[in-house]
Ligand binder design. Structure first.
Ligand code: 3PG
Length: 240
């Protein structure tokens, strides 16, 4: 059962306790903060860091290319350590954590002091953990029903994933009909060629993806190449 937005049971309407109101305001403020953070970022690299020694030079390369907001995914065993290293050594970077899959992940991430959390999907347990936390969080959705579940817990900023495969821009526009107030960060199949098209949608606050930090370039330590991709992307977006 969602811990907020409860409509009550039986004939007696549910009256919110003061603590629930505070929680609701806090969550709204968190969602607004997340929107501001995403809008400032515009494009968010989705990082899969395999070797701890790559973390800092990779973040430095992205920052040098004009990209400060980074999503370090929990796809590798050193992800948390990598995020810590970036936060300690690259102060310009705004570090978030992605691929948060369950409440245990959420708890680990919360302790890190990162700027935000993202998930490719959602579960009631994960949403409950996120509502109990002050960490700005965007659950992942691909369908109307998943979005309704997110909204029932107060989350109106969502990752649309996998964006291209789940209907692309037409799919997102369809969701915009019944859910006009939801803001999205599409990821999955977004890249240099279509980032501007996604960002032109009124309900898109940022886009994310791995195209800014290809695995091959990270493995090769091609930091200058990654900086160049970032610069090219931002230049193209400015001109769009
Ligand atoms: C994500 O977790 O957001 C996606 O894996 C990114 O998708 P992409 O690799 O197609 O950019």
């Amino acid at each position: 059962m969602p811990c907020r937005r409860r409509s009550g049971t039986g004939r007696r309407p549910h009256v919110k306790r003061p603590s629930e109101k505070i929680q609701e305001m806090t969550t709204t403020a968190q969602q607004n903060h997340l929107v501001a953070l995403f809008k400032a970022a515009t494009v968010i690299p989705v990082l899969t860091i395999e070797r701890i020694q790559d973390a800092v030079p990779l973040a430095q390369a992205l920052v040098a290319g004009g990209i400060r907001t980074l999503e370090v995914t929990l796809r590798t065993s050193i992800a948390i350590e990598a995020a810590r290293a970036i936060m300690a050594e690259v102060p310009e970077a705004v570090v978030g954590i992605g691929t948060i899959l369950n409440p245990a992940d959420f708890t680990r991430v919360e302790k890190l002091g990162v700027a935000f959390g993202i998930s490719p999907g959602l579960t009631p347990d994960l949403l409950k953990a996120a509502t109990d936390s002050s960490l700005p969080f965007a659950p992942g959705i691909a369908t109307a029903s998943e979005l309704m579940l997110a909204l029932s817990y107060g989350f109106d900023v969502a990752k649309f994933f996998p964006a291209e495969q789940a209907g692309g821009i037409k799919g997102l526009r369809s969701l915009g009909g019944p859910f006009p107030n939801v803001r999205f960060c599409p990821t999955g199949g977004v890249g240099e060629a279509n980032a501007a098209t996604w960002l032109a949608e009124p309900n898109v606050v940022a886009v994310g993806g791995s195209w800014l930090c290809p695995t091959a370039e990270i493995r090769a330590g091609n930091w200058a190449g990654i900086t160049a991709i970032c610069q090219r992307t931002l230049k193209a977006l400015k001109g769009a």
